[in-house]
Design a protein around this ligand. Structure first.
Ligand SMILES: [Zn+2]
Length: 395
């Protein structure tokens, strides 16, 4: 069993008394009985007893306020609430990271962690290189103690984020051998930001960059990432100044049917400010326009290789002014002009497959000319996304 909190602050005799009560098990059984006993044993001390009780209740209320909802994206964090030593009595010590030989206590919201200072200090600048010992602490009278270990209260950190961070702090090689998921990387980034760990920050940023590559390639994984991950990545990018994630994450939203459908029917599920949504609307209009121009652009007015095509017996069947009309009619009838506009990057691949149906009318060289133009457009559109989304104005 883990030991519970004990207090060594000589300035507060009341807390020392609670420490003894707690060690005897009386305080944990019934706080109300404790107050009643104190009142009976000390005639005239009713006001003192009530005062202590009010203090406990006030601290309990303060504890509950710590669990207020998180601030909206990009918004300021809630200011940390003051936590006194007495509140530690009621703090949970249910964290699995309570090492008997630990020499430092981290208090995050209502959870205590007993950890090893040397490991924390090696990777986190938040912690001093020299740990203040209990005797030195008492002399200074500032440091709160639990089980003879100094307590560091961190109000700006989430318990779950810290637990994830500690998992990798104890086994950093996991980050190298098994790249973390976005959720894991986000937790580590938030914790390493608070604890000031440059090494972990740089490692998980590289992991996030591999999940959201800023360079386009036909096999870019961004098109397969869930749109909800893109929302999280955008929030993370704003909070931790990671501009390199903005473009790939926005492009995933831009091309996601589910995102636009959710935005239409359930705006509350999209935690993006109106300015970001306007960027997406603007980019979507520009992207759809570019797509339609590309799909409806026919092969050259004259066949690209009439002699070679004639030799193979597969010459273009349409010539002159009829070529543009024939080309546009094909794609309009197939529905590609409108339906494909939602995700041009993906639908260019689909168009190449459909080209097989065009070989009866167009020669191999004319179709190849178009397919090369489509591939070039994919790269061109990726570059234009910065303008379409107003990326430079975001950063
Ligand atoms: Zn041709």
């Amino acid at each position: 069993m883990k030991k519970r909190a004990c207090f060594e602050d000589p300035k507060d005799e009341g807390e020392n008394y609670y420490q003894e009560m707690f060690a005897s098990g009386k305080l944990g059984k019934s706080l109300d009985n404790h107050f009643e006993q104190e009142t009976r044993a000390t005639p005239g001390a009713i006001s003192t007893s009530v005062s202590k009780r009010q203090r406990v209740e006030a601290e309990a209320r303060a504890e509950s306020r710590i669990h207020a909802p998180k601030t909206p994206p990009y918004g300021p964090k809630n200011p940390p609430l003051p936590v006194t030593g007495l509140a530690l009595l009621f703090a949970s010590t249910s964290s699995p990271r309570w090492y008997p030989d630990g020499n430092i206590i981290l208090r995050v919201n209502d959870t205590l962690f007993r950890l090893h200072h040397s490991r924390l200090a090696r990777y986190c600048q938040y912690f001093p290189q020299e740990l203040i010992r209990p005797s030195e602490s008492s002399a200074h009278g500032h440091q709160e103690m639990v089980d003879g270990c100094p307590v560091f209260t961190i109000s700006t950190l989430d318990v779950k984020d810290l637990e994830v961070f500690l998992t990798y702090l104890e086994s950093p090689v996991q980050l190298a051998t098994n790249p973390p998921s976005q959720a894991i990387a986000s937790s580590i980034l938030r914790a390493s930001h608070v604890l000031k760990s440059p090494l972990f920050t740089s490692v998980v940023i590289r992991a996030l960059e591999s999940l959201w590559p800023s360079q386009y390639s036909p096999d870019t994984p961004t098109i397969r990432r869930p749109w909800t991950d893109a929302l999280d990545a955008i929030t993370l990018a704003h909070e931790h100044r990671l501009p390199q994630l903005i473009k790939p994450a926005f492009s995933t939203l831009l091309r996601s049917y589910t995102f636009w459908d959710t935005l239409k029917h359930d705006r509350a599920r999209i935690p993006l400010p109106e300015a970001d949504l306007l960027r997406l609307y603007h980019a979507r209009r520009a992207m759809e326009r570019a797509w339609r121009l590309l799909v409806l652009a026919p092969p050259p007015a004259e066949c690209c290789a009439p002699e070679r095509a004639a030799l193979t017996g597969m010459a273009c069947k349409v010539e002159g002014t009829a070529r543009a009309g024939e080309w546009c009619a094909f794609w309009i009838e197939r529905g590609y002009v409108e339906q494909g506009a939602h995700d041009p990057w993906r639908n260019v691949t689909a168009m190449k497959v459909v080209c097989a149906d065009l070989r009866a009318t167009w020669c191999w060289w004319c179709l190849e000319e178009r397919m090369q133009a489509w591939d070039a457009a994919l790269l061109e559109w990726w570059d234009k996304l910065d303008d379409w989304l107003g990326i430079k104005r975001i950063l």
